[in-house]
Design a protein around this ligand. Sequence first.
Ligand code: IPD
Ligand code: CA
Ligand code: CA
Ligand code: CA
Length: 277
Amino acid sequence: VDVPDKEVQAIYDLALEVARKAGVLIREAFVKEKSVETKDSEADLVTETDQAVEKFVHDMIKAKYPDHKFIGEETFAETGQKCELTDEPTWIIDPIDGTTNFVHRVQEVSFSLGVTINKKPVIGIVYAPVKEEMFTARLGQGAFCNDQRLKANSITELKKSLGIVEGGSARDPAVVQDKITNIHSILKNCHGFRAYGSCAINLCHVAAGRGDFYVEYGVHIWDFIAGVLIAQEAGASVCDPEGGELSLLRRRLLCACTPELIVQIPPILTHLDMGSD
Ligand code: IPD
Ligand code: CA
Ligand code: CA
Ligand code: CA
């Protein structure tokens, strides 16, 4: 599919407006009482704000671009559909990335929006409305936080790096055990690890030089599509945790600030297969 630059600019303008408005909804709800339900496990949470933001954003996008494709976390949770990525312009939304933080009033919550054309991310926006950080990237044009250009760190040695990991929401004992084994291995091989509770924000942290690598098994395309472009545009590398090319539907991801660092990480990890979207 051929989309002229002018059209990509118009899509970007709408994406920014959508993110700002979604951010207002999230920020207003952040301090209020929440009604919380669970999905795949007792730790897989969803609130009425997740659903309301997704519907609001979906309707806003469809009003302007009825033919564009839409992939959203809560729409997929409701319909149980398989996720299909085509060459068409596709808006990929996570209405709240960091729902557990949102429920527990931890400020690391974000709205994540990525647009793919020909199955490649061309626009990435991650808005953390409580901290008022707007991360943006367009393919080939760099990454920014509140209009300041981002540059990932230049660390090349694993033992001098700071990692980012997550526990995730899967509670299958074998998966939990493998994740703990990986955290143990990361702890032994570098300065330490952090877990901010939002995949999108984790990727923005690597983009902003607030961490050197991030690895997670169990993430979905809506968690990482925007953050991956932001990290890459800030100079970071991404791949599959086993070292091959990142698969957008394979539910696992490795990102590191330099190509030298990224190759040192797969050998220290136990690789989990979490299925596909
Ligand atoms: C989750 C967050 C979390 C990550 C999980 C994701 P959600 O997304 O990104 O950091 O560990 O794998 O599912 O459910 O808060 O949108
Ligand atoms: Ca979720
Ligand atoms: Ca998410
Ligand atoms: Ca979410």
